[in-house]
Design a binder for this molecule. Sequence first.
Ligand code: ADP
Length: 161
Amino acid sequence: MNAAIYPGSFDPMTLGHLDIIRRAAKMFDELTVSVLDNKAKNALFSVEERVSILKEATKNLPNVTVDSFNGLLIDYARQKNVRISVRGLRAITDFEYELQTAQTNRMLSCGELDTVFLTTSLEYAYLSSSSVKEIAAFHGDISQCVPDFVAKLVYEKYANR
Ligand code: ADP
């Protein structure tokens, strides 16, 4: 079985994430999109909310499942018996961090966990979860950045703050 994990914060999931998910789902028999429960990051959405958004957005992709994890990716991947992590690369600025993470994961897993990088589709190259939050916080238009149902949830969060 050719399986992979796409880990990330997804706070919130953007069209850039969704593009990587759709493309990775064509490359692997099983893709698990997994929300990292990183208590250090001050997230807008709870892990449960992020999982539920991802589930809704991927409901038409039968080989995609959504999950969450905390701790080290290598431990989670070993537990799920998966040896490939998928990550998206937008720009040179992502590259250094992603390279370091991928190499660390190889070292920690004794070569068991490899990382496959997908380069971003150009129309989403500028997109990040943080810019979505920044724009929404100032009531800007995020309709080009996230699916409509996600935009609604993001605006609701800021309206209730
Ligand atoms: P992190 O996991 O670093 O907290 P994110 O949850 O925002 O970051 O992103 C998870 C993965 O998706 C990372 O590999 C990131 O580079 C990638 N990614 C984020 N935004 C985009 C985008 N617009 N296009 C392609 N890949 C993206």
